[in-house]
Ligand binder design. Structure first.
Ligand SMILES: [Zn+2]
Length: 101
């Protein structure tokens, strides 16, 4: 954890070692993406268990992320094939603009 985050997480107004909601809000997205270091992840996780407001916010993010993941359309097979053919065609030409499409 870098010094900036450490200072945010251990602000005197929240008591020593206590995690602050604002600090959690700043790293919540990265935490949910699994992009925080283990020390930060442990602090955020403990806070989400204790703090109803932040826990609900995390649940909302997770729900949105899951919804986006399930609505992601697979690429149409014919479009993928066209791109492959185009790439092969480019690779087989001697240079740019040698072949008409
Ligand atoms: Zn909180």
């Amino acid at each position: 954890m870098n010094r900036f985050l450490r200072r945010l997480f251990t602000r005197p107004s929240t008591g020593s070692g206590m995690v602050d909601c604002v600090a959690v809000g700043k790293v919540l997205q990265r935490y949910l993406d699994g992009a925080t270091d283990p020390e930060t992840a442990a602090l955020v996780s403990a806070h989400l268990d204790d703090c109803r407001r932040c826990g609900l916010e995390a649940d909302t993010y997770r729900t949105i992320k899951a919804a986006l993941a399930t609505h992601r359309q697979p690429l149409p097979a014919d479009a993928v094939q066209r791109l492959r053919d185009f790439g092969l065609q480019l690779a087989q030409t001697d240079g740019p603009n040698r072949r008409s499409i």
